[in-house]
Ligand binder design. Sequence first.
Ligand code: PLP
Length: 462
Amino acid sequence: MEYMFRREPKEVPKVNTKNRKICTKIPVPESLEIIERSIKYEPWSMNNQLYAVWDKAIDYQVFDKWGNVWIDFSSGIFVTNSGHGNEDMVEALRKMIDKPLLNSYYYYLEERSLLSEQLVKMTPKNLDMAFLLTTGSETTECALKLCRIRGMKKSPRKVVMLSFLGAFHGKTLGAQTMAGKPSSWEWIGTKDPNIYHLPCPTNAFESMDQIYDEECGRKVFNEHIEKMKADGIDFDTIAGAILEPYQGWAALFYPIGYIKALREFLTVHDALFVSDEVQAGFGRTGKMFGYEYYGIDVDIICCGKAVSGALPLSAVLANHEILDVDGSLNSTHGGSPLPVASALANLKYLEQENLVEKAKQKEKIVREKFNELKERFPDRVVSIHGFGLAFAAVVCKPNSNELDVELVDRVIERAFEKGLMSIRTMTGTIKIGPPLTIPNDALIEGMDIIIESMEEVVNESN
Ligand code: PLP
């Protein structure tokens, strides 16, 4: 049974620091009317989050109407890398609204041409075009299609797509089939036999050091190759492979040697490497794109979330020869004026403020604090994974490898009562992803709230 956050308002200790404020019962009694309305009219899956009703969000802080202020460790789920309500973005939006130009589908738009140019400039040289869409799922769906259309031009059987168990690529049909949990594809009825899931080569319960042992990574890849062979996959039918630079649930990076070997294998078999950067892209990991950690080239980059920094916009980046294999690449809201205007301002801000580098610098603080958490709770926190400002602690029941989903839910609920908004992964991981603009003192304060909340919740459960 899933843990239910307490909906009954409770008196909690008052908090008032430079970065956060809690001055009411939590949840706020007056907010319940809004929450109940949502629960009545929207699916439950939209409603099993912490009971906060957002009124405004600025930089790294979220405000409600009743005077409470939270430090945001979620970036609206990895969207607002340049900070909430970024002024440059607001200004760009205002200009577009004041014209007004709210829709332009199919016709040329100066800002769209500039955004595509800017995206290409921020991307390695082998990728020279950007195709704009609306959601992350559409980009992974598009990548699947591009790999297959290109493959089929070479041989009608070249349609196999490789992906990983444990991975996530979105909620549409192809994206769900590529995702690495059986529950993602069971609803489809028949599983696409041309999507093959490789096992995840990283052990979530072990330290992150495992990713650096290059020889071991290559060895695991060879074992997976043997398994593929045994499962009857003809390597020349492989059209492409898709992977997230890290698996989202635990910020789980892959062994570097494994990914290098995969790249070499795909090149030998004339198949494409797709990096799903929907969550990892645009500085989140302390690199512009997460795949850079593996020292490889990729053929297609899927971008969503932080590419726009707020509004719905996503992009597929690739070489023109790959993008031009499909003559139907357009979509009604892809490249719509408002998302385009804010995305352009967002990317410029990211560059001007060196946010990618700043995320790498702040990594040190987060790593130290997560290590402190692990030292304090050695029987519960089994491993820490992450780079930049994408980090997670894997939390288990005492001295076991059984993920403690409920304990983590209780910890993030407690942290919320203290003024920290974090991410509910529902997989037994304490995961953080603050805006890259967060000041160091707020980052430290937020991490200390996690440690304090863990302390309280563990003591209560003993
Ligand atoms: N790919 C990854 C790695 C993601 O994290 C997500 C969303 O969380 C998606 C794809 C799907 O993006 P969207 O929710 O915008 O469709």
